[in-house]
Design a protein around this ligand. Structure first.
Ligand code: ZN
Ligand code: ZN
Ligand code: ZN
Length: 142
């Protein structure tokens, strides 16, 4: 009697809890994923990836402190950096960058509305006042 009952249960079609696809091979989600039922293999892999991303730790690329990825900040794209930053380093970098944008990076003159971007091959960060830009141009581009 019991054997028949189990047989019927096993033939009930199952559906993936996430994508609702009918599944032949059920994957049991891990308890901490907060998924109520079985998953198809695609969704299982997705969930695993999501959970892994959340739990994985990474180091701040500037100070090297290890933090959970959700507590780290992505650098702004203008910074041309790879990796993640902790909040203090992010703030510091942002302030530094603000400074680079406000003052001539060579003589420290406060830049007005008109400022000059150094050419790539000058390898100078930030922006320059007119005088320094002219001087660099004379020095580098003769
Ligand atoms: Zn699915
Ligand atoms: Zn840091
Ligand atoms: Zn200057």
């Amino acid at each position: 009697m019991q054997i028949v009952f189990v047989g019927i249960l096993n033939h009930k079609p199952s559906f993936c809890t996430v994508c609702k696809k009918s599944i032949t091979h059920k994957h049991k989600p891990k308890r901490d994923w907060n998924v109520g039922g079985p998953l198809c293999s695609d969704c299982y892999v997705d969930e695993m990836q999501k959970y892994y991303d959340l739990s994985v730790k990474q180091k701040c690329v500037i100070c090297g402190i290890e933090k959970n990825v959700p507590d780290l900040w992505e650098p702004r794209y203008q910074w041309e950096m790879k990796g993640l930053l902790c909040k203090p380093c992010f703030d510091k970098k942002e302030t530094e960058n603000e400074k680079l944008r406000t003052f001539c990076n060579l003589c420290g003159t406060k830049l007005g509305f008109i400022r000059y971007d150094p050419k790539k091959h000058w390898s100078i960060q930030g922006q320059l006042c007119r005088n320094c830009w002219d001087a660099q141009k004379a020095k580098n581009d003769q």
